[in-house]
Design a protein around this ligand. Structure first.
Ligand code: HEC
Ligand code: HEC
Ligand code: HEC
Ligand code: HEC
Ligand code: HEC
Ligand code: HEC
Length: 503
């Protein structure tokens, strides 16, 4: 068979090398795109390879062809060996030129085709949970792990972190490119700082799925606690949280959501980056336009500080700041494991000792596993070896459950855990609502942002299961603290004593 003819100009080593590189990568890409279209392969590294590494080689290969031809052209011109026209001639009557032109046209069509499918796939890929959650595996592990157990486990990372529209897409890819570099260069912060200052406003993310005016009415919330005594005595709290609307006590347009988002616009100044210390708040009533400024009397800001500090407009994320990445405290995680009967409450002191084991500082996951096993097993062995042997199965199960609780909520490598990522819903182990509702924020005419317990919720029942106190009225019960702290809870916030481990 005769060798296919090409223009002599293209017959140089650089162009040939380029053509081979482009051809080989092109073929690999077609095969891999085919695989990715079937949707079987979801590994992040596969995606990075197909959508980010291979295209670079393809384009490089393609660029080498004209570069080689250009060099050859210059070489011929300089050598003066032949009479060179100023521009290369394309003569379709010559087989070589015809072949090259056909290859060029077919190649371009193919390239545009692959490029269109590829960049569409690449777009989806870089927006996928696999990419966001597992590419920089160690860095994103805390957020990804917590996300997989959250109510939003089926909502893609990008729905909250990027949203729609080309502007934010480009913005996120630019900062993403830096993040990939930071990860490769080992320059990322541990832990990752929260909150994200550049998070897209909630109106453009959360509110695409959640309609702020929706009336939720009151939501029933039930929690099971266990005391730190020998029998890990259970304590249940069942309450109605007045999220908003349709409420018999506050009327139709009332509740948490009404005041915060529909009826009033709220702006505030935070002293710290985590927005936990809020000395100044301005509320503008949307109906009347009335403006009220509330200040923490004990921590007044100067006029100058108020004017010069940026104010944040309150949105969903100021309360729901952990809708998807909740790192539970040892206290909560162990309560949950006992409730789910992963830990047998009949083991004496189990709540106290499991929380203690989980809350210790460990450098690695492996150290945590070993440390938890050691702490719990040693405790029972030392206390009563006979008891330990008789109950080894239950104790081993409790160890397993505590290790699991640890691995889902505490991430030694990224230094991510409950205490570094305060959850602003409620006020049990973080100030949350009481950043403003602590009874210390007053307006000039003497109005205090309410700390009245029944404004936000009413307690339906509370207490030990065998002597549960039930409410018989709409207003609910007065709070009872499980152990005697006299009336401290009336003045002191729960979070001032409860920090996620034994108070
Ligand atoms: C339901 C919306 C939502 C989804 C889905 C979501 N996030 Fe987040 N994410 C948030 C919010 C809200 C914050 C906290 C922002 C703040 O406090 O300002 C956050 C914070 C983060 C942070 C900063 C560190 C921290 O924990 O505060 C990282 C990293 C992160 N998310 C990664 C991810 C990844 C990876 C995914 C997908 C696996 C994901 N997110 C899915 C809403 C979401
Ligand atoms: C792509 C749609 C989508 C987006 C965007 C989204 N959510 Fe959700 N959200 C859902 C769905 C669906 C549920 C219900 C999940 C279920 O009950 O199984 C939900 C549930 C919730 C709940 C109730 C959780 C619970 O404990 O039952 C809260 C609170 C919430 N979302 C807040 C937010 C916030 C805050 C944001 C923005 C940071 C946000 N969501 C963004 C779809 C979304
Ligand atoms: C002032 C604080 C606050 C703000 C601001 C706020 N929420 Fe809530 N929201 C709550 C509380 C408190 C609850 C009920 C308790 C809980 O979820 O733990 C709740 C409940 C919800 C629920 C769950 C209702 C259910 O049926 O379980 C959704 C969904 C929700 N909020 C979405 C939003 C969205 C979207 C925004 C922004 C438009 C928003 N919230 C703004 C405090 C707030
Ligand atoms: C940044 C400060 C701030 C935070 C944080 C905050 N609030 Fe408020 N809240 C206010 C202000 C200010 C008002 C009074 C608005 C006005 O002047 O009309 C208010 C009013 C309310 C009201 C109406 C009170 C009444 O008298 O009827 C409810 C209910 C409420 N908040 C619930 C919550 C809940 C629940 C949380 C936590 C999830 C929370 N707020 C967090 C500032 C805040
Ligand atoms: C500004 C609104 C607000 C005020 C005022 C308020 N709470 Fe709460 N409280 C909440 C919210 C929101 C939650 C979290 C509900 C949830 O978990 O979904 C909560 C949770 C609780 C819980 C359950 C804790 C748990 O995790 O089991 C108790 C008990 C409680 N509050 C008692 C009180 C008492 C006592 C007072 C008065 C000193 C009070 N609250 C004042 C908003 C408020
Ligand atoms: C003055 C400090 C103090 C304050 C304020 C306080 N507690 Fe406690 N709390 C304790 C102590 C101490 C224990 C006992 C721990 C044990 O069982 O040994 C405890 C135990 C508990 C328990 C059972 C064990 C557990 O940790 O789950 C619950 C539930 C509880 N408190 C809820 C609350 C709530 C809700 C508030 C706020 C309304 C609150 N506490 C305010 C000190 C406090």
């Amino acid at each position: 068979m005769e060798r296919p003819k090409f223009p002599r100009l293209a017959q140089n080593s650089l162009s040939t090398a380029g053509a081979i590189v482009a051809l080989v990568t092109g073929l690999i890409m077609i095969v891999m795109l085919g695989i990715s279209l079937t949707g079987v392969e979801t590994n992040a590294y596969f995606g990075i390879f197909v959508f980010m590494v291979l295209p670079v080689f393809l384009v490089l290969g393609l660029l080498l062809i004209p570069l080689g031809m250009f060099r050859q052209w210059r070489r011929w011109q300089r050598s003066g060996r032949e009479e060179m026209p100023e521009w290369p001639l394309i003569d379709l009557n010559r087989t070589g030129h015809r072949n090259a032109t056909i290859i060029f046209l077919v190649g371009t069509i193919l390239f545009i085709g692959i490029g269109a499918v590829g960049s569409y796939q690449a777009y989806h890929f870089t927006e996928s949970v696999t990419f966001c959650g597992t590419t920089c595996h160690e860095v994103m592990e805390p957020e990804h792990t917590a996300y997989l157990q959250s109510p939003h486990a089926r909502v893609a990372c990008a729905e909250c972190h990027v949203g729609y529209g080309a502007g934010w897409y480009a913005k996120s890819k630019l900062s993403g490119a830096y993040q990939v570099y930071a990860t490769l260069a080992n320059k990322y912060p541990q832990p990752i700082p929260t909150p994200i200052t550049s998070l897209r406003p909630a109106q453009e993310t959360c509110e695409r799925c959640h309609w702020p005016e929706k009336r939720y009415g009151a939501q029933q919330r039930q929690s099971f606690h266990y005391e730190y005594d020998e029998s890990s005595t259970p304590w249940a709290i069942n309450m109605l949280v007045r999220v908003g609307g349709g409420n018999p006590i506050l009327g139709h347009t009332a509740g948490i959501h009404w005041h915060m988002n529909v009826g009033v616009d709220i702006e505030y100044i935070a002293r710290d980056e985590r927005r936990q210390d809020i000395p100044w708040i301005r509320a503008v009533d949307r109906n009347t336009g009335r403006v009220t400024v509330y200040q923490n009397e004990k921590k007044l800001l100067t006029e100058e500080e108020i004017n010069s500090t940026p104010k944040r407009r309150m949105d969903c994320v100021d309360c729901h700041n952990r809708p998807s990445h909740i790192f539970h405290s040892p206290d909560h995680a162990i309560d949950e494991a006992i409730t789910l009967q992963k830990i047998d409450r009949s083991l004496p002191d189990i709540k106290r000792i499991a929380v203690e084991a989980m809350a210790k500082e460990y450098d690695t996951k492996a150290a945590a596993s070993a440390g938890i096993a050691g702490t719990i097993a040693d405790y029972y062995k030392l206390k009563d070896a006979a008891f330990y042997h008789a109950n080894e199965v239950q104790i081993t199960k409790a160890i397993g459950a505590t290790q699991e609780a640890f691995s889902k909520n505490i991430f030694p490598w990224m230094k991510a855990k409950w205490s570094g990522y305060p959850d602003n819903i409620g006020h049990f182990i973080n100030p949350g609502c009481m950043r403003c509702h602590d009874g210390k924020h007053k307006s000039a005419d003497g109005v205090t942002i309410t700390r009245e317990c029944n404004t936000c919720h009413s307690i339906l029942s509370q207490g030990r299961p065998d002597s549960l106190q039930m409410s018989t009225s709409e207003g609910g019960l007065e709070f009872v603290h499980p152990v005697d702290i006299s009336d401290a809870w009336r003045e002191t916030g729960c979070y001032e004593c409860h920090q996620g481990v034994q108070p």
